[in-house]
Design a protein. Structure first.
Length: 531
């Protein structure tokens, strides 16, 4: 039984099904894929969430090869990203000739390429000085001559950068990247998670910038990102097709509401026909009455021969309560759902109260008739420094400039998407109607890109929201995850996976889900004698 139909849950389900284990996937939403989804706008099928994957570790590329998608892996436009920050004076607010407000004037420059998380390897480089000025650059250069006074590890990314290089580097270079990638303030980011090896390199080289330079020099191609021709959502489509091929039962609109330990009759070949411990999963499925009988009869056991299925279905026309029994349960749902189920399943465990509040993140995608954007005036994307006047978004991706396949499919239209929401603050789009959000995104894009855009250019707009974005890189999160994993490991047949425990991005999620599936396969296939 897999709770959650994001990529982690689908990968874990497929790996178990490949060796003959019977699997059911329950997903609360009507769509599968989680943060890897699709949106249809103006005749284009676009990514509503993740649009690329890191090559780090090679696990995602290997999965795509096994799924027959290797030939469709593509590289992004190497033009790179820019940074936008507030202009101290001379703001432009004059109307355009068409009468629409002119884009607010802001500072903009390409992000320095020789750095890590915005920390420059060369503080006096022209690309760094262009953003932080001579004063900020000289303050950052003091890092090179200040001795490393303490022995031990630095923990907070923000505190380290502030102490070694000053506030200009922190506010104008590091914070925009932290917000754009992790939706988290750098003071709250765990250095060892977001920049593995930097503590040691800094000590070895005698400065923060020296440590960054050392790591950048030795950084392998695995740091690069790639995509899939047609969009990352094709990964989900292919996973779902493979699940169907292996007879995996997938139920959408099914919200899991309970998880308890029970005693059941052992599957054939186990416990000499006696009883074994299993998990009872309770779910409420919307609109399930019509197919409830078929669902109840289906064999959704964990191993061949197991008499473990949907035990009861009750409800009305709008919803039905279904109970399942399974030897193994994988919690691949978002953090708040999975933590709640662990709290119910494990008597006396209350550590969920110590977990931080999640961030609310929303993407707004715009399809535009804007010929002036064809030249990609801000490269393939832009990060926005907090407090930049006239801008509410924290980042922008010029998708049709970043991906050649999309530029061709758009046939002259421009596709951009903007990201909103930072950890610790309410999402500025919460409660706003779609028309207001589209207008705000258009105004933000105009300012960020430095091109006057108005409503007549807008062909379509769409929204994709995630209200449970929990940063794996937050300070203290590794300890919380380890404590959770210790608790779960003590519960036979219970596993957890997903970005909130594995880390940000598919390069972290996929190998973690594979490890979970391999543990289940080791337990069940060997027991059933099917190895």
């Amino acid at each position: 039984m897999v709770v959650g139909g994001g990529v982690a849950g689908l990968v874990a389900a497929l790996e178990c099904a490949r060796v003959g284990l019977r699997v059911t996937v329950l997903e609360r939403r009507d769509e599968l894929g989680g943060c890897v989804g699709r949106i249809e706008l103006d005749g284009l099928t676009l990514d509503s969430g993740a649009e690329s994957f890191a090559m780090r570790g090679g696990s995602v590329a290997e999965l795509l090869e096994r799924l027959g998608l290797a030939d469709d892996i593509v590289d992004p436009n190497p033009a790179g990203a820019w940074l936008v920050w507030g202009r101290e004076r001379g703001l432009e607010t004059r109307p355009t000739p068409s009468g629409a407000p002119r884009a607010t004037q802001v500072n903009a420059a390409p992000l320095p390429k020789t750095g890590m998380l915005g920390i420059p390897a060369n503080p006096l480089g022209d690309d760094v000085r262009r953003i932080i000025g001579w004063g900020g650059a000289w303050r950052a250069y003091l890092d090179r001559i200040m001795p490393i006074l303490t022995i031990g590890r630095s923990h907070s990314l923000g505190k380290l950068v502030r102490s070694r290089m000053g506030t200009a580097v922190l506010d104008k270079l590091v914070t925009p990247i932290s917000a754009g990638v992790y939706s988290t303030d750098p003071d709250d980011l765990d250095l060892d998670v977001v920049a593995p090896g930097l503590n040691q390199a800094m000590t070895r080289m005698g400065s923060l910038s020296g440590g960054v330079a050392d790591l950048v020099e030795g950084r392998r191609a695995g740091a690069a990102v790639r995509g899939i021709r047609g969009g990352m959502h094709r990964l989900v489509d292919t996973l779902v097709a493979e699940l169907a091929r292996f007879d995996v039962t997938v139920m959408t609109g099914a919200e899991v509401t309970g998880l308890t330990r029970v005693q059941v009759e052992a599957p054939v070949g186990e416990a000499n026909g006696g009883e074994v411990e299993a998990w009872r999963v309770t779910a409420v499925r919307r609109g399930a009455e019509a197919d409830a009988g078929e669902t109840a009869e289906g064999d959704v056991g964990a191993v061949p021969g197991a008499a473990l299925g949907a035990d009861d279905v009750v409800g009305g026309a709008d919803a039905a309560t279904i109970e399942f029994t399974a030897l193994d349960v994988v919690l691949a749902a978002p953090a708040h759902t999975s933590l709640g189920l662990v709290g119910e399943a494990v008597e006396g465990w209350r550590s969920a109260d110590e977990w931080p509040a999640a961030a609310s993140v929303e993407l707004v995608t715009l399809v535009l008739d804007a010929p002036a954007l064809a030249a990609a005036p801000r490269g393939t994307g832009v990060l926005v420094a907090a407090g930049t006047p006239g801008v509410t978004a924290k980042a922008l991706t010029h998708s049709s400039a970043k991906w050649a396949w999309l530029g061709e499919a758009a046939e002259g239209r421009q596709v951009i998407r903007l990201s909103y929401g930072r950890l610790g603050t309410s999402n500025p789009l919460d409660g706003r109607p779609d028309d207001d959000v589209a207008a705000l995104a258009l105004a933000d894009a105009s300012t960020i890109l430095g091109v006057d855009l108005d409503a007549r250019m807008l062909r379509a707009a769409g929204r994709s929201a995630w209200r449970d974005a929990l940063s794996h890189a937050a300070l203290g999160q590794r300890d919380r995850v380890r404590a959770l994993e210790d608790v779960v490991a003590a519960q036979p047949g219970l596993e957890v996976t997903g970005s909130w425990v594995a880390g940000t991005g598919l390069a972290s999620v996929v190998p973690h889900a594979l490890e979970v599936a391999h543990r289940i396969r080791h337990r069940r296939v060997s027991v059933a004698g099917d190895a």
